[in-house]
Write a protein that binds this ligand. Structure first.
Ligand code: ATP
Length: 250
């Protein structure tokens, strides 16, 4: 079966002055895949993700996202992706319903679609009683689930998740991953960074970045075989030990 490629990079590089934050990364991600993007602090994940989302211009190399060129077609890229990060997600001082309507509007849904989608979403998440409450009053785990659901409301081809589950307990994280699987089942490609190695094991394939370079890329099971370890945690530490950037020593 031929897999549809939705992210393709070729020697994608970002320099800040003399410093090479992301160094000639080359990889492909397939439609409907859950792709984990791992690396220690400072490895270059956020820098790479910003380029892939059309938010930061590469220094050299090429990439296409959902078939669109990251130099020339950034507006088309933004229309075909969803984005959620631990740092930026929802407006705390708007209600649950207002957030859904606000972001749905930005993503280009019509009033009719918005009404239907917001009702569906509130039902799926069981937030009927909370729909008119401020997001600030929700527990963190609920905010994250809502933020993810909002990011895929317009059924993008790809959703980028930058450390989406930071700070919540393993049970809530597991529930969050149920939402990820549901989205992937619908054909949405998931590109996710995480520092939690249990989450890395949930991905179809993962890449591990060290000092701006992708040092390993495969399914969790193949990587464990390749590095003769029983966990991805051990694979990660075998590779991260090689890192020279100071952030990695945190
Ligand atoms: P973390 O897990 O801590 O978020 P990361 O893998 O996402 O780390 P990046 O944020 O991509 O890492 O940073 C990679 C390197 O690039 C770091 O050394 C960082 O200090 C540097 N860097 C990032 N943005 C800039 C910038 N605008 N100017 C100069 N250096 C930068």
């Amino acid at each position: 079966m031929i897999k549809e490629v939705v992210i393709k990079t070729d020697k994608l590089t970002k320099r800040f002055g003399d410093f090479i934050a992301t160094n000639e990364i080359t990889f492909e991600v397939y439609a409907g895949e859950i792709f984990g993007f791992l690396g220690a602090n400072g490895a270059g994940k956020t820098t790479a993700m910003k380029m892939l989302c059309g938010l930061s211009r590469p220094s050299s190399g090429n990439a296409t996202i959902a078939g669109f060129d990251i130099y020339k077609q950034t507006e088309q890229i933004k229309r075909n992706i969803g984005y959620m990060s631990q740092k930026f997600s929802l407006y705390e001082d708007l209600t649950v319903l207002e957030n859904i309507q606000f972001f749905g509007g930005i993503y280009g849904l019509s009033d009719k679609q918005l009404k239907k989608k917001s009702n569906e979403l509130i039902d799926i998440l069981g937030l009927q009683k909370e729909s008119k409450k401020l997001v600030a009053s929700l527990p963190l785990g609920w905010k994250q689930k809502l933020a993810f659901s909002v990011a895929v409301l317009h059924e993008p081809k790809i959703v980028f998740l930058d450390e989406p589950t930071g700070g919540v307990d393993p049970i809530i994280r597991r529930q969050f991953w149920d939402l990820i699987y549901q989205a992937a089942d619908k054909g949405i490609t998931i590109f996710v960074t995480t520092h939690y190695m249990d989450e890395a094991e949930y991905c179809n394939r993962i890449s591990i970045m060290v000092d701006g370079v992708i040092e390993a890329l495969d399914s969790p099971i193949n990587l464990k075989q390749q590095f003769t370890t029983s966990t991805i945690d051990e694979v990660f530490y075998k590779l991260a030990r090689r890192a020279k950037r100071t952030e990695n020593l945190k």
